[in-house]
Design a protein around this ligand. Sequence first.
Ligand SMILES: [Zn+2]
Length: 328
Amino acid sequence: MTVAGFDIGGTKIAGAALASPGGAAGSAVGLGGSSRRAETDVLVRSHRPHRIHGPESLVDAVEANVRELDEQLAAAGQPSIAAVGLGLAAWMTRDRETVIWAAHLGVRDAPVKRMLEERLGLPIVLDNDADCYLMGEDAMGAAADASSSILIALGTGVGGAYVADGRPLIGAHGLAGELGHVTVDESGPRCSCDAFGCLEAFAGGNALRRDAASVPAAVALAPDGAPTAEHLANAARAGDAEAVAAMDRAGWAVAAGLRRLLPAFDPEVVVLGGTVMLSCADLLLPVIERELGEHAPLQGVPQPRRLELARLGGHAAAIGAAVLASQR
Ligand SMILES: [Zn+2]
């Protein structure tokens, strides 16, 4: 059997099809119900732009992407897709059937699971993109040998997730794992969620863009005078003291968030991912490791405290969505 997963971001859809346990195509198939896979189980991948706005165009786009992946599978002599998982940057109901609000897709209060099942005639599984990202890393990436893991993903904002025994924690309102909104300093900047001092307000791409605007060395590197996290990081690499301080503050905030999360979740592995984290790991990781080494809670208790950078690249959430679809 083949399962497909799609990660629907703000402008692009990444897709991946996996051989699922029980199918003739699978290699390293896990024991009953295991979420573990090998990278060789990824049969085909896709990556295309989208212009989704509203639930109907979301369904249209998913249908087109499923068809395209099915064509790739047929060309590779593989079975067609039998179930689909979708990772969306969205707030959804606890039962993962209705999207309550997906700002960048223009979808509000839409029964997306039912709409897609009616259109495609296939079982559909929805989850948020961060849960899917960590499910992918749990299945075959940075947390593949761990029974539990948490994710801190520095992208435009800060995503998070907690996976234990191959399942994401959902929570009473579907919001468990929103680790970017852990408060690290109540007197800090206002966050996108309107609270003050969340991890996201210090370490997300938007936060670093805000910080970069007041660092002359970063402004000087931006051709249009509007620097991003990347310009700030490059100014820090060139030794500019203000840029170094801003990047250090982002690393401190990640460590401060982890100080609050590690006693709550006791994860075997902390996966650090997202485009900002991965492109600035040379600057951020040493600060995070130093801060955690000096200030982590439960110092008297032996803990592996493994920090791992995400490994699956741009298809992690698509792969994780496919794994969720195979578990349905
Ligand atoms: Zn927040």
